[in-house]
Design a protein around this ligand. Structure first.
Ligand code: ADP
Ligand code: MG
Ligand code: MG
Length: 201
């Protein structure tokens, strides 16, 4: 119903804003090591913009809300991460809207992640947020429990420490990027964990 839709959209917006706000300093610190130190600030700006518009967003059908939020992230986050997170939500929203009866969400997510990879010209192992998104997708295809999906997201973010960055600013460091967790992978794990915890309640 309209009320359930509204509660879900507002709940997700608040959950994501809260987890990013409370970890913004950590995300900036990760980005200071292998980037320009602004990832937490960028993500917080995007989440705040969405939060300010939550009343309007809560009145939209879920697919349209996701598309609109994606566009807002592209415009407000800035940096490399804005267009990538934006693409993810826009593509999920479009596909949710186009497929009538409960199309498998894991398939939709998989296609949206592929669109993110194309947009960033990145692949698995390049030390980006994709190194969290792909494993999360794998767990969803397996229909794993929400706690397992969240656990896998956290483990996957940690594993980016062993990778050499091939895309984005961190790639300028070459081998010196090894040993540091990717900031985008970390924000992605934080968001995944927060969303899984929210959906479980
Ligand atoms: P910027 O690097 O422009 O300052 P952010 O600091 O907000 O942007 O985001 C950096 C994160 O974006 C990286 O940690 C990485 O996860 C992700 N990223 C950067 N470039 C790419 C890319 N080409 N493909 C996928 N992800 C990328
Ligand atoms: Mg940065
Ligand atoms: Mg920047």
């Amino acid at each position: 119903s309209l009320q359930i839709n509204r509660a879900l959209i507002l709940g997700l917006i608040e959950t994501c804003r809260e987890v990013i706000a409370s970890h913004a300093d950590d995300l900036c610190e990760l980005d200071r090591a292998i980037g320009d130190g602004d990832h937490g600030t960028n993500m917080r700006r995007g989440c705040d913009a969405v939060y300010l518009d939550r009343e309007r967003l809560g009145g939209l059908p879920l697919p349209q809300a996701l598309e609109t939020i994606g566009t807002m992230l592209v415009m407000s986050v800035g940096g490399a991460s804005g267009p990538l997170y934006g693409t993810l939500l826009i593509e999920i929203g479009r596909r949710l809207g186009a497929r009538k009866n409960g199309a498998d969400f894991a398939n939709i997510l998989g296609e949206a992640i592929d669109a993110v990879a194309r947009r960033g010209r990145a692949q698995a192992g390049d030390k980006t947020l994709l190194d969290v998104l792909y494993p999360v997708h794998t767990e969803m295809v397996r229909q794993s429990a929400l706690v397992r999906i969240a656990e896998r997201a956290e483990e996957s973010a940690q594993l980016t420490a062993g990778m050499k960055a091939m895309r984005g600013r961190a790639s300028f460091l070459g081998d010196r990027s090894i040993g540091h967790i990717d900031p985008g992978a970390s924000s992605c794990a934080l968001l995944t964990t927060a969303i899984c915890r929210y959906l479980k309640e």
